[in-house]
Design a protein. Structure first.
Length: 131
């Protein structure tokens, strides 16, 4: 289910509108978990617009998920008033991740966007409290 949370999936949707798409891209999350980054380095050596777009999506979703986890940890440790909301958001996000985990497409993640973004926005506006 990790690709559901990290892979952007936008380039597949945009390919229908003429956006260049590289279908032979490696699964970065799997390579990162294995610790084998040689394939990723080879893929990243050919820099072009689709690669930059793909990398920006990976970085964006990694940041959103990190902020989500930080808000979840903070609500568990300090802010009990937010705990019920954050746990509800986490339960919905994990539920969708388990159902659509093997399909890392943006269109399947679309209904879950608010549940990712609300804790991330909360973390951004309360950054000093989070840390």
């Amino acid at each position: 289910t990790i690709p559901f949370f990290l892979q952007p999936g936008y380039e597949v949707m945009l390919s229908a509108y003429g956006f260049p798409y590289k279908p032979d891209r490696p699964d970065f999350t799997l390579l990162f978990l294995k610790g084998d980054l040689s394939e990723a380095k080879k893929f990243l050596s050919d820099i072009d617009f689709p690669l930059i777009f793909y990398a920006a999506g990976l970085i964006f979703w990694a940041a959103v998920n990190i902020l989500f986890v930080l808000v979840l940890l903070r609500s568990l440790l300090r802010d009990r008033n937010m705990l019920i909301y954050i746990m509800l958001f986490a339960a919905i996000a994990v539920y969708y991740g388990l159902i659509f985990g093997t399909i890392a497409m943006a269109r399947y993640r679309l209904p879950v966007y608010p549940f990712f973004f609300l804790p991330a926005v909360y973390a951004i506006f309360n950054f000093k409290k989070i840390l």
